[in-house]
Design a protein around this ligand. Structure first.
Ligand SMILES: [Cu+2]
Length: 91
């Protein structure tokens, strides 16, 4: 039982390392939007390698090692910036 828990923990940490999160954002239209979203995602201290793409209206980032960002944390960060999340994909 203990071993299973440890193995499960290992799997999760590997998954966390490789995980890319892709967020579809509604309402962005210029460079200011991009920096506002980047700023709020950075402020969560759970997102890194943040790339906000204006053409695709997407924010793509990785989780900071050892941290997990929930869908609701992502939504509230984007909302704080003044935008709305229309989809979240974790790869
Ligand atoms: Cu803008």
């Amino acid at each position: 039982m203990k071993i299973a828990v440890i193995l499960l923990g290992l799997c999760f940490s590997f998954a966390a390392l490789a995980k890319k999160i892709e967020v579809d954002v509604k309402g962005m239209s210029c460079g200011m939007c991009v920096s506002a979203i980047t700023k709020e995602l950075t402020a969560t201290e759970k997102a890194e390698q943040i790339k906000v793409n204006l053409d695709d209206k997407k924010a793509i980032f990785s989780e900071v090692k050892g941290k997990t960002i929930s869908d609701s944390e992502i939504k509230s960060a984007i909302k704080k910036a003044g935008y709305e999340v229309v989809g979240i994909k974790r790869k």
